[in-house]
Ligand binder design. Structure first.
Ligand SMILES: Nc1nc2c(ncn2[C@@H]2O[C@H](COP(=O)(O)OP(=O)(O)O)[C@@H](O)[C@H]2O)c(=O)[nH]1
Ligand SMILES: [Mg+2]
Length: 358
């Protein structure tokens, strides 16, 4: 799961990224690797996994991760190649979701590229660039699909109609997010629109401020996006401290929860993912995530392609039922540990053991 961090220059992207990187690097039990200097890998902690792993006696706990990509260089005119424009737009295209950092703090010491603090103007500047980039893609794709549609191809006809609606939306300055691609359209062949990706706005607010500024909240709501308020400077400073020190400081400031946790959870919530766990005695316990509606067979594929290939059956139990039973053997006796086939639709919080032939 990849998230791209975008926003105006000086909005606070790199500061947020650095704070996330420190959090990731310090998290226990996570084999942290620097893939690239602009990619931060952050574990998604899940208390359910911790609780059940202790019960079963797992040897170690490995949380699933989310990677944040610091995507710089998105400025007015990026879609026309201004700055390093198109290269950065290509980087965003590869992500599953977008975190859009918006400057809402009023520190005069930090230069604003447009000369004043105006969150809505900044949001619109960035969104306009994304919309222009999408329009270009849609135009190219339409030219191609029109030819295929002439032959009466059903999928091409559906796509042509959809592209026409998308064009209208984009020209009206609206994101493509609200108009999903119809099922008949070949997803692999069609466009990957930037404005169709889920967005989490991070309002970078003044220290001590914890509400989302009203205009940003309203914009997020009307654009089908999520929003959180974070003082990125504060988070950057706290990330330099030891855990206990940071927690004490947070308490003093009246902030119950880490702003970084809010960002990680907010980004995660955008994607309609279900968690599932693999837990064995004396083995490594792990959390995984799967799009809502996918099956035990897909889950097996996440764990390992060999396990998916040799899939025989799955043993499944909700995490809390396993906890209540007190272990696998007791759950089997009670009948709460079920045998399922490959088409079983995974539920959030399932504990899964795949039986497979190697
Ligand atoms: N006062 C204040 N300054 C911030 C905050 N977040 C970032 N900055 C400062 O703003 C400047 C630009 O931040 P940076 O993260 O590099 O922005 P980027 O261009 O979006 O990557 C740096 O000097 C940061 O220290 C904040 O929440 N409050
Ligand atoms: Mg930066």
């Amino acid at each position: 799961m990849k998230v791209g961090i975008v926003g105006m220059p000086n909005a606070g992207k790199s500061s947020l990224f650095n704070a996330l990187t420190k959090a990731g690097a310090e998290a226990a039990n996570y084999p942290f690797t620097t893939i690239e200097p602009n990619i931060a890998v952050v574990p998604v902690e899940d208390e359910r996994l911790t609780t059940v792993s202790k019960l079963i006696g797992a040897s170690e706990i490995v949380a699933d991760t989310i990677s944040f990509h610091d995507i710089a260089g998105l400025v007015r005119g990026a879609s026309e190649g201004e700055g390093l424009g198109n290269k950065f737009l290509a980087n965003i295209r590869e992500t599953d979701a977008i975190v859009h950092v918006v400057r809402a703090h009023h520190d005069d010491g930090i230069i604003h590229p447009e000369g004043s603090v105006d969150p809505l103007r900044d949001i619109e500047t960035i969104e306009t660039e994304l919309i222009f980039a999408d329009l270009e893609q849609v135009e190219k794709r339409t030219a191609k699909v029109v030819r295929e549609a002439r032959g009466g191809d059903k999928s091409a006809l559906a796509e042509q109609a959809w592209l026409a609606q998308i064009t209208e939306l984009l020209l009206a300055g609206k994101p493509a997010r609200t108009l999903p691609m119809p099922d008949e359209v070949d997803k692999g062949q069609s466009v990957q629109l930037l404005t169709a990706k889920p967005v989490l706005f991070v309002a970078n607010v003044d220290e001590g401020e914890d509400g989302v500024p009203e205009e940003i909240a309203a914009h997020a709501l009307s654009h089908g996006a999520g929003v959180v308020a974070v003082s990125i400077r504060l988070e950057a400073e706290l990330s330099e401290l030891e855990d206990e020190e940071a927690a004490a400081m947070r308490e003093e400031l009246g902030a119950s929860e880490s702003g970084l946790d809010r960002v990680v959870r907010g980004a995660f919530a955008l994607l309609n993912l279900n968690a599932f766990f693999t837990i064995g005695q004396g083995k490594r316990a792990q959390s995984w995530h799967l799009r809502d509606g996918l099956t035990a067979w897909h889950a097996a594929g996440q764990i390992h392609s060999d396990i998916q290939r040799g899939f025989v059956k799955a043993e499944v139990i909700p995490w809390d039922a396993l906890l209540e039973a007190g272990g696998y053997a007791q759950a089997r006796d009670r009948g709460t540990l079920r045998l399922e086939g490959r088409d079983y639709v995974m539920q959030d919080g399932d504990v899964l053991t795949v039986k497979f032939t190697p």
